[in-house]
Design a protein around this ligand. Sequence first.
Ligand SMILES: [Zn+2]
Ligand SMILES: [Zn+2]
Length: 851
Amino acid sequence: MDKLRFRQAQPDKIFVFYAVEIFEQADSRNTFFAELLLPVPVPKLFTYRVPFDLNDKIQTGIRAIVPFGTRKILTGIVISIHESPPKEYEAKYILELLDEEPIVNNLQLKLFNWIADYYLCSAGEVMNAALPAGLKLSSESMVQLHPAFDEETTLFEFSQKEEILLKHLKHEPLPYSEISKLLNLKNLYSILKSLVSKEAVILYEEVKEKFKPKTEKRIRLTAEFTSNEVLEKVFETLAKKPKQEEIILKYLQEVHILQNPKSNFTGIGKKVLLGDELSESSLQTLVKNKIFEEFEIIVSRFEEEVQNLSEVKLSEAQLHAQAEIIKSFETHAAVLLHGITGSGKTEIYIDLIRQALQGGSQVLYLLPEIALTTQIVQRLKKIFGSAMGVYHSRFSDNERVEVWNGVLSGKFKFVVGVRSAIFLPFDNLGLIIVDEEHDTSYKQQEPAPRYHARDVALVIGHMHHAKVLMGSATPSVESYYQAHHEKYGYVQLTKRYGDAQLPEVVLADLSQERKSKTVKGDFSRTLLQSISDTLAQKEQVIIFQNRRGYSPMVNCQDCSWVPKCVNCAVSLTYHQYRNALICHYCGYREELPQQCPTCSSKRLLTVGYGTEKLEEELKLHYPDAVVQRMDYDTTRVKSGYDTIIEQFESGATDILVGTQMVTKGLDFDKVSLVGVFNADRMMHFPDFRSYERAFQLITQVSGRAGRREKPGKVVIQTSHTDHPVLNFILNHTQEEFYNTEITDRREHAYPPFSRLIEIMVKHIDKKVSRDAAYKLTEVLKATLTEVKVLGPGEPMVSKIRNHFLMTILIKIPRDSGQLHDIKQRIQQAINLTLTQKEFRTVRIVADVDPL
Ligand SMILES: [Zn+2]
Ligand SMILES: [Zn+2]
């Protein structure tokens, strides 16, 4: 391979690389080498040689196509250029450069390295997460007939399958994937090897640019027909062809070329020109006669929004908070805005965004995944018009590339986006807003990099010298603590917007009601009565239950058999609507059996309430009410979420049942009752953050109740009415909640008083997984004498997708000051374990600051 150079064989956006031998002439030109970042989990850069003809094009920050390994082709980013050849090996050539201008800037490259370092992964993995798929080229292995192959004269014999393949290849080259289907073969190695040795086929790689700009067909006058005199002559000759005349007249009406000759250059959309009345065939005649010409231009995929400069009016409380934020920014790079639900944080953001944009800097506004699809984006669009980009995972690849390019070109000075928006190519951020900073969807769980967008936003803020504003009604305990210990500024907003009152919170005592037999199903009389009252007043209800499906468990009444997933160590959830038992970890599904497979009993009971069962029972209790469900299952289709929201907003729905989707970022005027169906499960989850989670979820969903003049009501069903978390919520004593949590965390050395790194060991063989975990723990304990290494142990769900899991938890004191060094030793310990022969197929994943 050394002396081989791949050559671009086709122009345009498809690159085909054949192995052809070429000889570079030794001459006086400089020989350059480039260091490339490649999307592979290896923590280093790769050196490639720059072909002479690309010497003028090469620069840092652009994409390059390179061969990798024996056959693969990858797209990487040029990090640096130099003239020293690698010592141990001969560098391969860069095949092609894809960009004329950098698509990644130096600040981003610095960020990639920071994330890789902090979250224990490779910069290549970070780049892979950062670039939208549309900017990453993928190569496909292809097979074509050998140009010299002649089936008449060949001396070789072919097998039946080989014959079939050769017959198909006569028409066109085929990708491996199709050949595999065609021959019904999983492994193509031997058949391709045989055909190559018989000189019947050649193999090559084809690389395609995935991003396709959106184009529009347009019409304009050809250059010679744009002058007044020529046009007059045209009208004379067309006197008897009114249809053609009409088209030219309409064109002159729409495009003012006589006043502004340049406007002919962009012409007019074909559909706009013809409208409903004018004739397409007459236009074609005009095109044929070279009076008009058709052409294509690249247009945006995003509708151009007309900016509506209506001022946002801040209340006195908001103005005060805003002034405090600005003052706090003088001494702090980051500020926590702690504003109760309904206090109107968004108006403050809008005003600050406007100021930052006016000052000439860029703004990034981060929102949790779900909140983004809602009302707020539409509102911002109206205010900021087309200077605002939206970056969302539900967007297509092409749309994401357009936002990326829009930030590069300066079109989008302001982007609203989900966590991955932190990777966009900003070069001059002045303000970053992290709304709902406590939200767990800011953390990426799988695959690497397992980053937290709020924490990374603080780092980006530092790099850009930008201010970071974190906002929440229920801040994370960590942020609350930092804000009260001077690391962040702290601004409170304790008044609801428009003087709305806080909701009345009522606990429905399930154990008491069970004794007095007033519970129907799992519904307390308190909740049922409150729903009736609300519906009678023609107001709306939200019921929150953090479990989807019908029932989380099915149980045989005679032998206690419970259906379990075949791939994971969890019981299957019953989904009535699909009449199936489904695993929420791996998606495995099976039919609900007619009878118990162990004892043949027909008494199979569903146990517990998912959102589906709640929906069904509410319909029985309130036959006149319209009940809708909002969870993962009902929102999976693209417009599902928007439809449910629209119907609820318009009042068509009376009761909305949902998982934590209903707790986020929604404002409805007519909701006066919120029911929390089961508070106990949230609080008794075995995790040091379970109180915080329960507190946040219940407070957030309660905040949906009552707006404007009328206070709402919240009914929380529980069997533990004396639980401290519920009492903090009941009495609106947030501060006490945080102080109690912080005391608790300090005592047990949990964050923010320590940093955690969780290491997960996975293998399909339980014993191998255990052995590797014990071995790794031993190595870790030996090397990390100054910190606590806990475990190994089985996580709550100890098997997922047929892989047995073991975890090790490392607790690092906050002030240890050698985090970097500790992480390096952890990485070495992992590498050491993986080099042992028996553990080579084990997967070990480190998660820094796990949630
Ligand atoms: Zn049974
Ligand atoms: Zn499963």
